[in-house]
Ligand binder design. Sequence first.
Ligand code: AMP
Ligand code: ZN
Length: 114
Amino acid sequence: MSEADCIFCRIARGEIDAEVVHDEDDVLAFKDINSKAPFHALVIPKEHVANLEEIGALPDTVVKRLFEVASAVAEKAGVTEGGYAVRINNGRDAGQEVFHLHLHVMGGKRLGMP
Ligand code: AMP
Ligand code: ZN
C-alpha cells in the first residue's frame, strides 16, 4: 500500500473527511468511523509508518506526542477519570486492517481484554 492510496495518509492530507478531534504539525486524531466505545478516536502520525516494526522512522518527539495526544483527546472527551484503553493492533493476528500505525483511544464504558 503506497502513501498515495493509504486511507490514513489521505485523511492526514485532508483528501478524505474525518471527524478531527486534535490536529497539530505531526500528529492527528479523529473519531473512529466504526466506534467500539462511547468515545473511540484514532491517533496517527501524519508521516506514514505501517506498524511498530517501522516506528524507528519516526522522530522520538513524534512517538512521544502520539501518547500525549492520546491522553489529551481522552481528557477533552471527559473519559480520563473513568479510564480508557489505548490499543495498537499490530499485524494480522491482532486484526490490523489499516496499515498506517494508529493508536485506538477508547473510553466511556468498561473495557476488558482483548
Ligand atoms: P485496525 O487496523 O484493526 O486497528 O483498525 C482500523 C480502524 O480504522 C477500524 O476501527 C476502523 O473502523 C477505522 N477506520 C477505517 N477507515 C476509517 C475512516 N475513513 N475514518 C475513521 N476511521 C476509520
Ligand atoms: Zn499512511
